[in-house]
Ligand binder design. Sequence first.
Ligand code: HEC
Length: 120
Amino acid sequence: MSIQRSRLRAAGLALAFCATAAVAAGRPAVPPLPAFDPAQQRGHDFAMRRCSGCHTVGLDDGGAQEGPAFRKLSMRYNALSLERRFKEVSRHGVDRMPPIAITHAEAEDLVAYFDTLHSN
Ligand code: HEC
């Protein structure tokens, strides 16, 4: 009986330790990006390559501020309207943004990536 109790106590201690470790680690000022699936990763890489010169691509505010942060666009558009918007800006640009070639596949990857921006 005492063995069982000490096992329980050990389990409780382990749980308490996990909780304490999580609190001690604290929340970083900039939340880490979630793990990406392959399409999201491609979208992210494409955005870093082609868009990050003017847009903040991730969740922080540290990137370029020329155009609206992608985090904000991800809240303004749903997947369908986002893909349509990518097509429009790709073809015609928008105001100060020059037209930038975005293929259909790249637009889909971008949409997948944008989906990660409002999941936390
Ligand atoms: C040369 C700078 C520049 C680059 C590079 C750039 N953008 Fe932009 N983008 C802008 C600016 C500036 C605006 C805001 C235009 C305005 O409203 O004045 C904008 C606006 C947009 C909008 C429209 C926002 C809305 O409110 O509808 C989308 C979508 C967009 N950019 C996507 C992209 C994507 C995707 C890439 C990368 C493939 C990209 N941009 C690369 C400068 C840039």
